[in-house]
Design a protein. Structure first.
Length: 212
């Protein structure tokens, strides 16, 4: 029987990027370039690093990436393919600050839609960010017109992935994700929409600041 409290059974076929990274990575890189500080290899934390493919891409672009993921299969693939990276088993329900410290930038791509306790996730995210630092969070976009298009086209069942163990269980809009992040303590929150025209975007990316 699947343990719904244990997402370590989330499966990865390889350590390669997923199709979603075709539109997420350019936007992430653009935001990181704008935030890059001094130093040869500025530090990042990847909350939900999966199979390590994004961390590896960023490492190739002179970022020093540390990350965790609850999927033991994903971490095994990451460690086998990218042994030079510091990617370990762990989740947003752990005390990650004691284990790793704080970072000027923390990113978390396509993770928050999978978590059973989003307030705990947001608290850990906030704790991991240094004062004055930034969090970058992506998740599938939902809004009235997109939801209407899904309903009219008969694609609701496929989109909501109800038969996928550890799949998408939270469906975020800009207002609801803003509320989650504000309640965790973030401020200056703004959004990008990527992967189609904005009203039908595949994903949205929130950039949120931690007060100094």
């Amino acid at each position: 029987m699947t343990d719904v409290r244990d997402p370590s059974g989330y499966h990865y076929r390889s350590a390669r990027n997923s199709p979603a990274h075709d539109y997420l990575l350019p936007a992430l890189m653009s935001q990181l370039d704008a935030l890059r500080g001094t130093g040869d290899r500025p530090a990042l934390f990847d909350l939900g690093c999966g199979n390590g493919s994004v961390a590896a891409h960023l490492s190739e672009h002179s970022w020093n990436v540390t990350g965790v993921d609850p999927s033991l299969e994903g971490i095994a693939a990451a460690n086998a393919t990218y042994p030079e990276l510091k990617l370990e088993a762990g989740s947003a329900y752990d005390d990650l600050v004691t284990r790793f410290g704080r970072f000027p930038i923390v990113y978390s791509l396509e993770v928050v839609e999978h978590v059973y306790a989003p307030k705990d996730y947001a608290k850990t995210l906030f704790d991991l960010v240094e004062p004055g630092g930034k969090a970058i969070i992506s998740t599938p976009y939902h809004g009235y017109l997109k939801n209407l298009a899904l309903a009219v086209s008969g694609k609701m069942d496929a989109h909501f992935t109800v038969l996928w163990d550890h799949g998408h269980i939270k469906f975020w809009s800009i207002p609801t994700l803003t509320t989650l992040l504000k309640n965790a303590g973030f401020e200056d929150i703004h959004f990008l929409r990527v992967g189609r025209v904005p009203v039908l975007a595949k994903s949205m990316i929130a950039i949120a600041g931690k007060p100094s």
